[in-house]
Ligand binder design. Structure first.
Ligand SMILES: NC(=O)c1ccc[n+]([C@@H]2O[C@H](COP(=O)([O-])OP(=O)(O)OC[C@H]3O[C@@H](n4cnc5c(N)ncnc54)[C@H](O)[C@@H]3O)[C@@H](O)[C@H]2O)c1
Length: 262
């Protein structure tokens, strides 16, 4: 393990694009070291294209020496354990783990949801979060201010039309965070969820496609802001929850949703 040089260290999944990439950039710009994890080139992992290996490398290359990119599938618990080991080997510690990786599937009533859609939603969006917690918490317990942050969604708090599987997966993320926070009682390590509203990313573009909308901009009308959120606005909230200053918050959800109303 390399000596600690004072910089805080984070691991972010889903870091190649969208909210995960914005979180990686925010943290690295604030002086954090980051292990940026994404799936690499995996054309069959979801019903629509996920990020590429090149996108992950591009994010890391913006912060030479401060961001290390690791290809890992969050469905693979051992791969996440290796990613945590990379954080400790490269940077000497782990202070925050951020679970951004998830996929969208749906567009039909629940009773028409396929096994493949259900597996994609739960294997990546729920088991993937649990895999990260199981891999990262032992290292976070060694930090003076360990933080575990998971991306939930407005779909964790409302029933959204033709997205019942995604609703169920995101409600499960909130339940996982509440249980994890209870297990972390008295340790000083905090576990929180962030529930974004409609945010301009490829996942929202896929949601628009499932709804047969011409543009994801049509989701803006569901937010009091009357516009989509930018990934960096959500990343700002995630970065705060990663910081030592967020010590009052655990076991709960921060709604970064522009006033989402279904
Ligand atoms: N964009 C929105 O409107 C919105 C709203 C609410 C919640 N969220 C949540 O925010 C998080 C980030 O989503 P986003 O909008 O940035 O989506 P995105 O599709 O842009 O990014 C998701 C990233 O996760 C990666 N990923 C997917 N499966 C993976 C796996 N098995 N292993 C490793 N990496 C994997 C993808 O390659 C991609 O880089 C997700 O949890 C999503 O559910 C998004």
């Amino acid at each position: 393990m390399k000596p600690v040089d004072g910089a805080a260290v984070a691991l972010v999944t889903g870091a190649a694009r969208g909210i995960g990439a914005a979180t990686t950039r925010r943290l690295a710009s604030a002086g954090w070291r980051v292990v940026a994890v994404d799936i690499g080139d995996a054309p069959d992992a979801a019903p629509y294209p996920l990020a590429t290996r090149e996108q992950l490398s591009t994010v890391a290359a913006e912060f030479p020496g401060a961001v290390v990119d690791v290809v890992a599938d969050v469905r693979d618990a051992d791969a996440l354990r290796r990613a945590v080991a990379t954080a400790e080997d490269e940077f000497g510690r782990l202070d925050a783990a951020v679970a951004c990786a998830a996929v969208m599937a749906g567009g039909t009533p629940l009773w028409e949801t396929t096994d493949a859609e259900w597996s994609a939603l739960f294997d990546t969006g729920v088991a993937g979060v649990a895999n990260l917690a199981r891999a990262a918490v032992p290292a976070l317990l060694r930090s003076p201010h360990g933080r575990f942050v998971a991306l939930a969604s407005s779909a964790a708090h409302h029933g959204l039309w033709h997205l019942a599987g995604y609703n169920a997966a995101k409600h499960a993320v909130v339940g996982l965070i509440k249980g994890l926070a209870a297990d972390l009682r008295g340790t000083g390590v905090c576990a929180t969820a962030v529930s974004p509203g409609s945010t301009r990313t490829d996942l929202l573009a896929e949601t628009a496609r499932l709804y047969d909308l011409e543009s994801m901009e049509e989701f803006a009308s569901h937010q009091l802001h009357e516009r989509l959120l930018d990934p960096d606005e959500v990343a700002a909230v995630v970065a705060f929850l990663c910081s030592a200053e967020s010590s009052a918050i655990t076991g709960s959800v921060v709604h970064a949703d522009g006033g989402f109303q279904p």
